[in-house]
Every structure is written in structure tokens, then in C-alpha cells.
Design a protein. Structure first.
Ligand SMILES: Cc1cc2nc3c(=O)[nH]c(=O)nc-3n(C[C@H](O)[C@H](O)[C@H](O)COP(=O)(O)O)c2cc1C
Length: 185
């Protein structure tokens, strides 16, 4: 990139962002490992507070484990029957450092690990998007139950799930606020 970056580069980048939308219907088609590796490579490169890189990803492809998450790992009130169609569930976990993730937030009031995982997770999502895959962040899940189903150690806190697969239909992003609405005077 560097000095050679042009209007065309930024337009392509913005198009990617406009093209991404939460996907709630998936094809019965496997995700290639090399595409998943690219997503993980993108996540790995994310910035983080004190460069602690607290993100850990559990990639769940196993049909039985996915079925158990769908049956018993989601919170009530927001049915997500489509999750059972997604060939991959990415479990976004944080492995926390006492100074950066417990003591510093007591002083600043900011939970840096949540920011870090959000950034890394969205790197993953955008790498998926550019490869023709689709995703949906899922925050409405039972943290303890999913940890049990996957036998994850207690040191890992699950912050979000992300469904991943090929979209069954064209995606449409819902309306977003205008720049004037998000700028503070
Ligand atoms: C942290 C977070 C948690 C979310 N949790 C859920 C969820 O539990 N179920 C769901 O269907 N969508 C969930 N979403 C997707 C949002 O509904 C979606 O991003 C929003 O409506 C904007 O749509 P877009 O992603 O297509 O731009 C979540 C998104 C984020 C960022």
C-alpha cells in the first residue's frame, strides 16, 4: 500500500464494508481450511491494549457440538434456528492478563479485552467477507453452558460466537446512521 494507495483502493475497501452484513441463512457447504486460515491470520494481526493479544479462537465444525450449542447454549427470547445451518461456529474467547485486563480497567473504567476481541473478531469477519463467506456475531448465548459443552478451561472467557459459512441468499445491510449523526460537536 504506502504512497501508491489510491481512491480505487479506498473505494474497494469501503465496498467490502458495505457488502458485509449479518447472515442468518447458510448453504450446506463446507468452509475450506485455507479460507479459515486467512481469517485467523487477519485476526492475529489486530491491535490490542499493551499488545497482550488476549484473543483465543475455538473453531467448532463438529456437527454434534454445534447441535448442542444450538439446543442448549443460546439464551431464550431470541430464537436463532438458522445457527444450526452454519457449518462453523467460531467461539471468541479472551485469556486475560491481571494487570491489563483487571487492574487497568479499575483505574480507567475501560475493559480493554472487550475492545481487543471486538477488533480481532471484526478482522476475522472482514477476511471472511472478502473471501465470499458470511458471518453473524452472536452475543446472546449462555457463556458457562457453551464453555462446558466445549470443555474450555475456566481461564478462557467466551465473549462472543460468530457463525461462519456461505450465504444462502444475497445479504442486505440494514440502514446505518449518517456521518453527521455520529459526529459529536
Ligand atoms: C456484539 C454483537 C452481538 C450480536 N448478537 C447477535 C445475536 O445474538 N443474534 C443475532 O441474530 N445477531 C446478533 N448480532 C448482529 C446484529 O444484530 C447486527 O450486526 C446489526 O443488526 C447490524 O446489522 P449488520 O451486521 O448486517 O450490519 C450481534 C452483533 C454484535 C456486533
Amino acid at each position: 500500500m504506502g504512497n501508491s494507495s489510491s481512491n480505487r483502493d479506498v473505494e474497494r475497501f469501503l465496498e467490502l464494508l458495505r457488502h458485509r452484513a449479518s447472515c442468518r441463512s447458510y448453504l450446506d457447504r463446507e468452509v475450506e481450511d485455507w479460507k479459515l486460515d486467512n481469517c485467523l491470520e487477519a485476526a492475529r494481526l489486530a491491535p490490542s491494549a499493551c499488545n497482550k493479544q488476549p484473543w483465543r479462537f475455538k473453531i467448532v465444525k463438529d456437527l454434534d457440538l454445534r447441535a448442542r450449542i444450538c439446543a442448549d447454549g443460546l439464551l431464550p427470547g431470541l430464537p436463532m434456528p438458522w445457527l444450526a445451518e452454519a457449518p462453523v461456529i467460531v467461539v471468541v474467547c479472551s485469556e486475560e492478563n491481571i494487570v491489563t485486563h483487571t487492574l487497568a480497567p479499575l483505574v480507567s473504567g475501560v475493559k480493554y479485552q472487550l475492545l481487543d476481541l471486538g477488533i480481532a473478531g471484526e478482522h476475522f469477519v472482514l477476511a471472511a467477507t472478502v473471501q465470499g463467506l458470511a458471518t453473524c456475531w452472536i452475543g446472546w448465548f449462555k457463556e458457562k453452558r457453551v464453555r462446558e459443552i466445549l470443555r474450555l478451561p475456566r481461564r478462557l472467557k467466551i465473549v462472543s460466537l460468530i457463525s461462519l459459512g456461505y450465504p444462502a441468499a444475497p445479504l442486505e445491510q440494514p440502514a446505518k446512521k449518517e456521518i453527521s449523526e455520529i459526529l459529536v460537536d
